[in-house]
Design a protein around this ligand. Structure first.
Ligand code: ZN
Ligand code: ZN
Length: 407
C-alpha cells in the first residue's frame, strides 16, 4: 500500500480516532504484523504533541505458549507492579490505540478453560481501575492486516497480494479517501441524525424478526438513548472509538429479552471461531446457546460471570453499509459488526444512559445496565430482518425493513 495513503490513515487514527491533545500520553497496542505502520502512528501522535507514546507489542503464538506452560494461578495473578501501572493510568488517563490484526482463529487448540479461569481471577482486581477510567479516556480500535488474517479472507491469493487486498478493504471501509477527516465529520453527522430520530420515539422495546427463525423482543430503559459515531469523554474531548463504525447502538434493560436469535456471521471470540449458532433468551437471560462449531468457546463465554448471559448492547446497522457492500466476511468483529445488526452479551455502556455524566456507575446499573467482565458482539442482521419499535405509548413504528432502515 502506498505510504502516503497509510500516512493519511495513521493521521485519521490519531486525530479523529483518539484525538490526541497536547501533553497527553498515548499507548498503542499492536501485534507484530505492521511495525512500519505502527511507527507512523507513533510519529503522528508526537506531531499531535503527545508527551510520550508507548507501544505494547503482542504476538499470538506467545499467548499459546504462555497458556500451555503457565499454571492457572500464575496466569491469574495480578502482580503488584501491574496494579501499580493500572493506578498510574488512572491518574494519567492516556489515549489508547488498539491496532488489531490477529488471526481470527489463531488460538485454536489452546486451553480455553485455563484462559477463562485466569481471566476470572484477574478481573475482580482490575475491575475498580477499569471503572475509574470508564468514559474518562479517549480510545480507538482500528485494524491493520496480518498475514494469517489476510490469507483466511483471500486464500487464493499470495501472501503479499492477500495483505494488499486486506489493506484496500480496511481503508475503503474506514473512509480513508481524499479527505478522511472531513468524510468522518459528515459520516458522524448522518449517524447522529439517525440516533436523534430513534431517541425521539421513546422506544420501550425492539422486536426483531427474520426468516431464519429469529424472533426476539428486547426491552429498553426509559433513560436509555441511542448513540453512534464519535463521543465525548468526561474530560470533554471528542473522539471516535471505532474505525470503522456504522452502528446506532443502545444498552438494553437487563432482564427484558424474550425469544430466539440466530447468528448470521461467524464470531471470533478470544482467538476461536464460533459458527452457526443460536441463543434463546428468557427473562433477559441466555438459557440456551447452541453452536455447530465452537460450542465450547460459546459455553465458556456465556458463563464467564453472572452478567455474561445478559445483553449489554443492541446495535442497528443496515445491510447496505460500505462494509456489507464490500461483500467480504472479515472474521473480525470490528468489521463484521458494522456490516449487520448485532447484539452484545455482557457489559452495557453507561454512556448510553441519559445524563450519565451526573450518575454513578452503580446508579446506571440500578436502572438496568448490565454488568459483566465480557462484552462480545455477535451478528444477527440479514436481508430479511424486520425490526419494529414498540413505543412507551404503545405504538408500533417500523425501524428496519428487509435489513435496512425503514425511515
Ligand atoms: Zn456495537
Ligand atoms: Zn459492542
Amino acid at each position: 500500500m502506498k505510504k502516503t495513503v497509510l500516512r493519511e490513515y495513521a493521521r485519521l487514527i490519531v486525530r479523529s480516532g483518539v484525538n490526541v491533545q497536547k501533553g497527553q500520553e498515548v499507548i498503542v497496542y499492536a501485534d507484530l504484523d505492521q511495525p512500519e505502520f505502527v511507527a507512523m502512528v507513533v510519529d503522528e501522535a508526537y506531531k499531535a504533541k503527545a508527551k510520550k507514546v508507548t507501544v505494547e507489542w503482542d504476538y499470538q503464538p506467545l499467548e499459546k505458549l504462555h497458556s500451555r506452560y503457565q499454571s492457572v494461578s500464575t496466569m491469574g495473578k495480578v502482580e503488584d507492579w501491574v496494579a501499580a501501572r493500572q493506578e498510574h493510568y488512572c491518574q494519567v488517563l492516556p489515549c489508547r490505540i488498539h491496532l488489531i490484526s490477529e488471526d481470527p482463529d489463531g488460538l485454536k487448540g489452546v486451553r480455553t478453560d485455563k484462559i477463562a479461569k485466569a481471566r476470572q481471577m484477574r478481573y475482580p482486581i482490575l475491575k475498580p481501575y477499569l471503572e475509574r477510567r470508564e468514559n474518562r479516556e479517549q480510545w480507538c480500535i482500528a485494524a491493520v492486516p496480518g498475514v494469517a488474517w489476510a490469507k483466511k479472507l483471500f486464500p487464493e491469493l499470495s501472501r503479499n497480494q492477500a495483505v494488499e487486498k486486506l489493506w484496500e478493504a480496511i481503508l475503503y471501509t474506514s473512509r480513508v479517501d481524499a479527505d478522511p477527516v472531513k468524510a468522518w465529520e459528515e459520516h458522524n453527522a448522518r449517524l447522529k441524525a439517525r440516533c436523534d430520530y430513534l431517541n425521539s420515539l421513546r422506544i420501550a422495546s425492539l422486536h426483531y424478526r427474520a426468516d431464519n427463525g429469529t424472533d426476539l423482543t428486547v426491552g429498553m430503559m426509559p433513560e436509555g438513548r441511542f448513540c453512534g459515531g464519535g463521543e465525548k469523554s468526561l474530560q470533554g474531548i471528542f473522539f471516535n472509538p471505532n474505525i470503522p463504525t456504522e452502528e446506532c447502538f443502545v444498552s438494553p434493560k437487563r432482564g427484558l429479552a424474550e425469544g430466539i436469535v440466530y447468528a448470521t456471521k461467524p464470531l471470533s471470540y478470544q482467538g476461536q471461531l464460533i459458527e452457526n449458532f443460536y441463543i434463546r433468551f428468557e427473562k433477559g437471560r441466555a438459557v440456551e446457546a447452541v453452536a455447530e462449531k465452537g460450542q465450547e468457546a460459546l459455553t465458556t463465554m456465556i458463563s464467564m460471570d453472572e452478567g455474561a448471559a445478559y445483553l449489554g448492547e443492541c446495535a442497528l446497522v443496515p445491510e447496505d453499509s460500505p462494509i456489507a457492500q464490500s461483500g467480504i466476511l472479515f472474521y473480525n468483529t470490528l468489521f463484521d459488526e458494522n456490516a449487520a445488526c448485532h447484539l452484545a452479551l455482557g457489559n452495557g455502556y453507561a454512556d448510553t444512559i441519559d445524563n450519565f455524566e451526573n450518575r454513578t456507575l452503580e446508579e446506571c446499573r440500578a436502572l438496568g445496565l448490565n454488568d459483566s467482565m465480557i462484552h462480545v458482539d455477535f451478528m444477527i442482521g440479514c436481508k430479511t430482518m424486520d425490526i419494529d419499535a414498540i413505543t412507551e405509548d404503545g405504538k408500533t413504528v417500523p425501524i428496519f425493513r428487509k435489513g435496512t432502515w425503514a425511515f
